[in-house]
Design a protein around this ligand. Structure first.
Ligand code: AMP
Ligand code: ZN
Length: 468
């Protein structure tokens, strides 16, 4: 299996650190808002990578954090007049709902930064002891130039570098020994969440979080570290500097980065206001369509989001689901179990589609070509399966299709249609719950309906609903 490694800028053969096991860390979102479809790209891509390893029989330990202490969370909390904890808890729950809709397998562990502060303090202490970090007036900085390999991932030259990006800026940064030094710990400002440390009451910098959580849940050396390409510098570069200086070992063997999602050929960003949340998309499409759309391009290529491409993904997915549905229908009426000679030969031919699927996935997870192989299988099913096919043949084709679509995280069983009467009954139940001030139940019913493609609208004339 070949993986493109950002570190070497080459496709490399995957060799696990430990036979049959994959230790994988994916940088997760900062939880201060509903996730947007750009955040969904690494989730879908690296979930598919994980699924392919599992398909190959690897035992995957998949760790992905939630950054739940950050300036943006604090700002949002202040705006709403609630605690930072309330904001992050709320958006972690919302994010998990979206992930479920996108059929992302739950991680082995989703560590929260706020629950790992003790470990981060220990790691910072080690860095100070080894001379890689220093304290000034309650702030601890990483001594960037001391780490000889700094810049090896982003292929940047130290002298050309300017510290920037998402380094946590604090007042009085002129106290740093070098402008390249970045923050490991910073003292609190009024009204900010803070923890005791040997240096000040304060909070950790963003980068140390991932170094510590990756070490705690996966060990000092891991197979794959992944995230969006905007994280290569400074975030991942700083993680390497911290982890390798503290542990004295190569941190990750393979560094994988997804390309960016654009909207109408422009960079999607919150500041430009041209972004969609996953939740907004879910009101118009089944999130399976979003997943299928994301996988229709190679993960390292930029991907443009547009209504036309989503419609194309929708009809492509529909072709697959219809073929599966048709097989189920034929199975309901099929007689004999035993395969004819011709059917046996056909299954041998069909095996070639699994072959091309695997070949595509082995080549740095080329999901676009893997999907093409699934479409070839669909075409083959549509031309060779019929009312006179045996049960054995139909079952084998169904199993083959399911095996491949499972790797992509695409569900081929059609969702059951919900009847109007059931919708009305659920709406009534929701109204009763609201009257009784049981908002948790009311929200649950609303979400349940949304999952089935039913959108509720509270109007002055009462509750109206429509199908997405
Ligand atoms: P953040 O919450 O900004 O730390 O982002 C969480 C993850 O989403 C990171 O891996 C980012 O690289 C990724 N990400 C953010 N925006 C985009 C985008 N427009 N396209 C692809 N990935 C993105
Ligand atoms: Zn990270």
């Amino acid at each position: 299996m070949k993986i493109y490694n950002t570190m070497s800028k080459k496709k490399e053969e995957f060799v696990p650190l430990e036979e049959g096991k994959v230790k994988m860390y994916v940088c997760g979102p900062t939880v201060y808002n509903l996730i947007h479809i750009g955040n969904a790209r690494p989730m879908i891509v690296f979930d598919t990578v994980r699924r392919y390893f599992e398909y190959k029989g690897y035992d995957v330990n998949f760790v992905s954090n939630f950054t739940d202490v950050d300036d943006k969370i604090i700002k949002k909390a202040n705006e709403e007049g609630v605690s930072a904890d309330e904001i992050s808890k709320r958006y972690i729950a919302e994010c998990k709902k979206d992930m479920e809709g996108m059929n992302i397998e739950p991680a082995t562990k989703n560590p929260l930064a706020t629950e790992e502060i003790g470990g981060m303090i220990e790691m910072i202490k080690t860095l100070i002891d080894k001379g890689y970090a220093y304290e000034k007036n309650g702030t601890v900085y990483y001594r960037t130039r001391k780490f000889k390999d700094y810049g090896k991932l982003s292929h940047k030259n130290l002298d050309d570098l300017q510290s920037g990006g998402r380094t946590l800026l604090v007042t009085g940064e002129d106290e740093k020994e070098d402008p390249l030094d970045f923050v490991l710990w910073k003292p609190k400002k009024e009204g900010e969440p803070a923890w005791q440390s040997p240096w000040s009451e304060g909070r950790p910098g963003w980068h140390i979080e991932c170094s510590e959580m990756s070490k705690k849940y996966l060990g000092e050396q891991i197979d794959i570290h992944a995230g969006g390409e905007d994280l290569i510098f400074p975030h991942h570069e700083n993680e390497i500097a911290q982890s390798e200086a503290a542990n004295g070992k190569e941190f990750a063997k393979y560094w994988m980065h997804n390309g960016f999602l654009n909207i109408d050929n422009r960079k999607m960003s919150k500041s430009l206001g041209n972004f969609f949340t996953v939740r907004e998309i879910s009101e118009k499409y089944d999130l399976q369509v979003l997943r299928f759309f994301m996988l229709s391009a190679h993960y390292r290529s930029p991907l443009n989001f547009s209504a036309e491409l989503m419609e194309a993904a929708k009809s492509g997915l529909e072709r697959i689901v219809t073929a599966a549905e048709n097989l189920k229908f034929l199975l309901g009426n099929a007689g004999t179990d035993s395969l004819t000679e011709e059917e046996k030969e056909n299954l041998e031919k069909a095996a070639a589609f699994t072959g091309s699927f695997e070949k595509a996935m082995e080549d740095d997870f080329n999901t676009a070509d893997a999907i093409a192989a699934v479409f070839d299988l669909v075409k083959f099913i549509n031309t060779t399966a019929g009312s006179d096919s045996s049960k054995g043949y139909l079952n084998a084709l169904y199993a083959q299709m399911k095996k491949l679509t499972d790797v992509l995280g695409i569900i081929i069983e059609r969702k059951e249609e919900i009847l109007d009467a059931d919708i009305e009954a659920l709406i009534e139940e929701r109204q009763a719950a609201r009257k009784a001030k049981d908002f948790a139940t009311a929200d649950r019913i609303r979400d349940e309906l949304l999952e089935k493609g039913i959108i509720l609208e509270d109007t002055r004339e009462g509750v109206k609903w429509k199908r997405a």
